[in-house]
Design a binder for this molecule. Structure first.
Ligand SMILES: [Zn+2]
Length: 186
């Protein structure tokens, strides 16, 4: 059973109005606040009001709403702060950079050459190493039992789905860009 509010948790203190914060969105279950030590102006956290230390503990329906809110805030950031991109990410676990034991989603406004560094050096694995990892993961992941969403319509043109992408990615090289990202080609 998940604790709703934890006394020793800074995020829970913000949710409970015991610590002041720059709130930009609030509903019954979700809060979004500006990060006072943000990477860029407008960097914010989307937070479940219930205390869940890591993403695995967040119920699927709540998670869907949290990412829905993060997506809408990202759109507002594009519009209102005139930025060229956003990073939307979760640090899950201490080795991944999680600094507070309350799950949250970062939304970071991005401009070209803004000095924010979220990059990594690609590790070149051998085919054998890739196959080993594939084997280890594939079977259990294929049976994770996420409900299939049949009713979602596929976009008819590429134009519709790239509306929010950074300006530097043109219609023509969108496919190429995404393919490269998926293959982690530097
Ligand atoms: Zn908490």
């Amino acid at each position: 059973m998940v604790e709703r509010i934890r006394e020793s948790c800074l995020i829970c203190q913000i949710v409970g109005n015991r610590v002041p914060a720059y709130k930009i969105y609030e509903d019954d279950l979700i809060l979004a606040v500006l990060d006072v030590n943000g990477a860029n102006p407008g960097h914010c956290f989307v937070i479940p009001k219930n205390h869940y230390p890591i993403i695995e503990q967040v119920p699927d329906a709540e998670l869907a709403n949290l990412f829905g809110v993060a997506n809408k805030i990202s759109s507002s950031i594009f519009e209102d702060l005139k930025v060229q991109g956003t990073n939307i990410f979760v640090s899950n676990g201490i080795p991944a950079g999680q600094t507070v034991a309350h799950f949250l989603i970062n939304v970071i406004p991005r401009q070209e050459n803004d000095g924010v560094n979220l990059q990594w050096k690609p590790k070149q694995l051998t085919e054998e190493e890739m196959s080993t990892v594939e084997l280890k993961l594939k079977e259990s992941i294929q049976n994770i039992g996420v409900e299939k969403i049949e009713s979602i319509e596929k976009p008819k043109t590429t134009q519709e789905k790239i509306e929010m992408q950074p300006q530097s990615i043109s219609d023509d090289d969108e496919e190429d860009y995404i393919a490269k990202q998926m293959r982690r080609v530097p």
